[in-house]
Structures are given as structure tokens and as C-alpha cells.
Ligand binder design. Structure first.
Ligand SMILES: *Cc1c(COP(=O)(O)O)cnc(C)c1O
Length: 329
């Protein structure tokens, strides 16, 4: 294993934070309780050393901290929420493969993420349903795609596909690139935002080796656009990997026009196209991050007046059962 792989894998291994060390580290903002213990049991805390450092720089009650620090509010039962708000398990012809939109499929390549976003819409799915994915299912997934000629794009998601070893990513891409009707690949990843060390030269070389590859990043706040992030994003783009970004609209994190404006201007400056702004899905445990649709539409109207057209993402929401995300504005 090369030197640079050792670094990111050890950072990834350090990300899981147990209850006691969490309380020690965040004693000023988190109070120990049985409820908090339960929260961690349901959905453990994971924060990479890089992202912890960013929290230290931006405040323990700041917008970075809020995305990854647990809250007892996660235990509140809120009507209308569910562990599988998008009814995803219903669109899984093969375990690990979501075929919901006719011409593209989403492969849930791993359950592992480098950080646990407290608002994650797959926070329950990762724990419960998707144990059996690799490697046997990868062949079954490829068999399914081979006979579904309407599919032109394979999207790698999870979990975070870039937490896998480079060899596994290479193997996966090679397998799918052998299917003639697949024209493009896409990777949905939070890694550039939370574990930039993982974007090694080797990885970039693998990602750009096969079919046209689009990378979809997940930046939610301008504080996340650090010098290290700027460097790895430029490295990807300079090697021919175009970058899009998805943002989730989150209460008390980025639900104001100045923050979103800074974020989207920052992204286009880095040559990253803001793609979607998502309204929060009705996942159980994350309702305290919800922003009302009316407020979201008003934010978008203000952004449209203040930004270049291509800097404004499409505001979307997932309506269970619809074959595609529904544009709201
Ligand atoms: C979001 C999503 C996609 C990708 O949709 P785009 O609109 O093409 O970005 C594909 N499959 C599933 C199940 C999704 O949730």
C-alpha cells in the first residue's frame, strides 16, 4: 500500500467516536444522558480528524459542528417521518441496486461513510437493510444492468463509495465499463468535504480511466471550502473529472441567503456547478433540520436575483413513488 493510502485509511479508522470520548471532547456543548447514549446506539457518531479540526476552527455550536454532533432531538417521534422515507427498498431488484428512474441506476456500493451526517436520509437503511452487497452481488448487479438496455448511467453511492480501497473501486468500474450501453458513470460522495486526504493521485487516475465520470460532491456550507478542499477539487477537475454539488437545505446550518450565496459563489469559483438543493426528506430522527418549503422558495428567489444563473441549483424534493426528484423552483 502506498504512503498516501496509509494516511487516509488511518484517518477513516479514527472517525468513529465513542460516547465517553465524545463527552470529553465536547463537554461544553453536550450533556451526558441515557437519551444521548441511545442516540449513539441508533446512529453512531463519526467525524474524521480533518472535519474535527474544521469544527475547532469554526466553533462547537457552529454550522459544521451541527451537521455531525448528535442531539437528543433525534429520538423525537415526529408524525409523517419514517425510517425509509423514499420507500427505497421497494425499488431494489437486486440487493444494493436501486432502479427507480428508468435510464439510470444507483449502486449502493458500501454502507460505510467517513462521517455520519445527523440529517442523513439513509441513516436507518445503512444499519438495517443493506448488509449483503459486495462482492457477489456486484456480479448480479452487472447481470441486471446488462439486460436493461434502457440504462445509460451507473451511479455509485452508498454509504460513500470513496471509502472503499482503490482496488475495489477500480474493479467495480472495470466491471460496469464492459457493458456497452453504459455511457456515463457518476459517483456521489462526501469525501472531498470530509476526508480530502483520500483524493490521492492514484484514485484520480482510476476514476478517469474508464467512461466519462461525473463526481457529485456534497458541500453544505462555505466554511467547508478550505484550502485543502480547493486543492483536491482542482486536482480532480484538472484531470478531466467534472464536478457537480448537491446541498441539503438545513435549519440553522445554511438556511439563509448570505450563507447560500457564499457557498454557491465559492463553488463556481472552484469550477463546481451547484446541481441540486434538496429539501430534507422525512426521515425519522432528523426533523429538527427541516426548513419549510415556502421559506426555501423565497431563498431561491433571492438567490436568482443575486447570482449568475448557473450558480443557482434546482430546489428539489423527493416525493415517494415519483420517478424522479420533483423540482420545486
Ligand atoms: C437521486 C437519485 C438518482 C439520480 O437522479 P438525478 O436526478 O439524475 O441526479 C438516481 N437514482 C435514485 C434512486 C436517486 O435517488
Amino acid at each position: 500500500m502506498s504512503e498516501s493510502n496509509v494516511i487516509w485509511q488511518s484517518q477513516l479508522n479514527k472517525a468513529r467516536i465513542a460516547y465517553d470520548s465524545l463527552l470529553t471532547r465536547f463537554s461544553d456543548v453536550l450533556a451526558g444522558s441515557d437519551a444521548l447514549k441511545q442516540v449513539l446506539k441508533d446512529f453512531p457518531v463519526k467525524i474524521t480528524p480533518y472535519y474535527l479540526d474544521l469544527i475547532n476552527k469554526t466553533g462547537k455550536t457552529g454550522p459544521i459542528a451541527k451537521q455531525v454532533l448528535p442531539s437528543v432531538a433525534e429520538l423525537e417521534a415526529v408524525s409523517g417521518t419514517s425510517p425509509d422515507p423514499l420507500h427505497e427498498t421497494q425499488f431494489m431488484p437486486v440487493p444494493g441496486l436501486l432502479h427507480k428512474y428508468s435510464n439510470r441506476v444507483l449502486v449502493l456500493l458500501t454502507q460505510t461513510c467517513a462521517v455520519h451526517c445527523r440529517f442523513c436520509f439513509r441513516r436507518h437503511a445503512l444499519k438495517n437493510n443493506l448488509k449483503t452487497m459486495l462482492p457477489a452481488n456486484l456480479e448480479k448487479i452487472a447481470d441486471y444492468i446488462r439486460v436493461h438496455k434502457e440504462v445509460s448511467e451507473v451511479i455509485l453511492s452508498g454509504g460513500d463509495p470513496l471509502t472503499l480501497a482503490s482496488e475495489a473501486i477500480d474493479h467495480t468500474l472495470r466491471l460496469f465499463s464492459g457493458i456497452p450501453h453504459i455511457r456515463t458513470f457518476r459517483i456521489h460522495t462526501k469525501i472531498p468535504a470530509v476526508l480530502p486526504e483520500r483524493i490521492t493521485k492514484d484514485l484520480i487516475e482510476i476514476l478517469s480511466r474508464y467512461k466519462t465520470m461525473w463526481i457529485v460532491t456534497h458541500f453544505n456550507h462555505p466554511y467547508e471550502l478550505t484550502s485543502q478542499v480547493i486543492e483536491v477539487c482542482a486536482a480532480m477537475i484538472n484531470h478531466g473529472l467534472p464536478l457537480l454539488n448537491q446541498t441539503v437545505l438545513l435549519k440553522n446550518v445554511n438556511d439563509n441567503v448570505d450563507t447560500l450565496r457564499d457557498l454557491f459563489l465559492g463553488l463556481i469559483q472552484l469550477r463546481i456547478k451547484p446541481y441540486y438543493l434538496h429539501l430534507l426528506d422525512a426521515v425519522a430522527g432528523a426533523s429538527h433540520f427541516g426548513v419549510e418549503e415556502m421559506k426555501a422558495v423565497n431563498l431561491l428567489k433571492m438567490l436568482n436575483k443575486n447570482l449568475p444563473g448557473y450558480a443557482v441549483p434546482v430546489l428539489v424534493k423527493e416525493i415517494p413513488g415519483r420517478s424522479g426528484k420533483t423540482p420545486i423552483f
